[in-house]
Design a protein around this ligand. Structure first.
Ligand code: HEC
Ligand code: HEC
Length: 343
């Protein structure tokens, strides 16, 4: 044992290493001690709050209600974290997203909206931001995170030629899932009925006007949202095949876009137990949607912005610019009346 001289005590305090019975242990007692979860969480939340105030507050607001300074200029509006309706997740519509979902949104942003990509942020900072965002709503405690939807095998992944997937997707999109009740149809009514017959469904006598355009749908906060026209608009949370599978399968919370993963079953009624539609067909839908997006450059006119937010210039409903169409709809609907939202 070394002798306790003043010099050795000073050395001990500075270096935290030298053993000495008489050294003042207050300064050094915390070294090597594991901080309690509570202390860690408090530190993380402080870091999260600071980061939020630097990077997010201008849009999402000090109270997390989506009402930052810039919000009034934005369409779609920044997310209101108090409501905790998170749209882009791997969990079913209505469920809270996983941390991985939130990380993806923060890192890659949401294309075609003001939500920027914060790719440069270190992982702990993103985690701190997520922890802080969760403090805005009690739903995180009350319900907990939802579980991710199943990812079934992709039968087309290894094929170089995706034309089979795309053709199948076109049938499912128009004949089975009738995605065109909200999104545009990309074939005419006659073709839709052909696809219906292929699957043993009844056909339609008539189709809505403006079948080649989206139908505006109110979201949970009452804002009008136009489902993307894949020939023209960006999708927000990734155009790669896995992201498209996720968006279609899981649906989009707080908007009309349904969860599809539980509805992809159709058995033939000839007693053969053949499945006419199955969950794997979600991949066909994803490849089909991606193929539509790939045709985009030939469809977009030079004066059209490929941003749904700029509706007045880009989106027309039954030949009327969307803003005017919305005004017409508003005028027809007495103010204060509740908007009928279907999810
Ligand atoms: C310039 C404005 C702007 C800034 C700055 C901004 N956001 Fe956003 N954010 C948006 C908009 C707009 C949306 C909604 C997009 C939509 O509805 O498609 C959004 C949506 C989100 C969502 C919801 C995603 C979902 O699935 O619903 C999260 C989470 C989010 N932002 C986190 C952050 C964080 C964290 C920061 C700061 C690091 C931040 N945002 C900074 C504009 C912004
Ligand atoms: C009841 C209306 C409705 C139906 C039916 C519907 N969608 Fe959607 N969909 C929406 C709305 C609304 C949005 C836009 C959500 C937003 O951006 O806020 C959307 C968005 C999407 C997106 C974009 C996701 C992103 O990252 O931005 C994809 C892809 C999509 N839908 C595919 C489909 C497919 C494929 C079908 C049929 C299997 C379908 N939708 C059926 C309403 C619908």
């Amino acid at each position: 044992m070394m002798r306790c001289t003043l010099a050795s005590i000073v050395l001990a305090v500075v270096a935290f290493q030298v053993g000495c019975d008489s050294r003042p242990d207050i300064e050094v007692s915390r070294v090597g001690e594991t901080l309690s979860d509570e202390v860690l969480l408090t530190q993380q939340l402080k870091y999260g709050k600071l980061s939020y105030e630097q990077l997010c507050i201008g849009c999402h607001g000090a109270k997390g209600d989506g009402n930052g300074e810039a919000a009034r200029f934005l369409d779609p509006k920044p997310r209101n974290f108090k409501f905790a309706y998170f749209k882009f997740s791997s969990t079913r519509s209505g469920e809270l997203p996983t941390d991985a979902d939130l990380k993806r949104t923060i890192k890659y942003g949401l294309k075609g909206s003001a939500m920027p990509a914060f790719e440069f942020l270190p992982e702990p900072q993103v985690e701190a931001l997520i922890a802080y965002i969760k403090t805005f709503s009690p739903k995180w405690h009350e319900r907990g995170t939802g579980s991710p939807i199943p990812i079934v095998d992709d039968p087309y992944r290894s094929l170089d030629d995706k034309s089979e997937a795309i053709a199948r997707g076109e049938v499912i999109y128009h004949g089975y899932a009738t995605c065109w009740t909200c999104h545009p149809a990309y074939v005419d009514g006659g073709k839709i009925n052909d696809y219906r017959k292929q699957l043993g469904f009844t056909t339609y006598d008539q189709f809505r006007d403006g079948l080649g355009e989206s139908v505006g749908k109110a979201n949970v906060e009452g804002w009008m949202i136009f489902p993307p026209n894949f020939h023209r608009d960006y999708v927000r949370s990734g155009a790669d095949i896995d992201s498209l599978y996720r968006s279609i399968a899981a649906g989009i919370t707080g908007t009309a876009m349904p969860t599809w993963v539980d509805s992809m079953n159709l058995e033939s009624d000839d007693g053969s137990k053949t499945m006419l539609v199955q969950t794997q067909d979600l991949w066909a839908l994803a490849y089909y949607v991606q193929s539509l997006m790939r045709e985009r450059p030939t469809k977009v006119k030079p004066d059209q912005l490929v941003v749904r937010g700029d509706r007045a210039r880009t989106i027309y409903i039954n030949g009327i610019p969307a803003d005017a169409a919305k005004k017409q709809a508003d005028a027809a609907e007495p103010a204060g009346e509740e908007v009928d939202v279907d999810f």
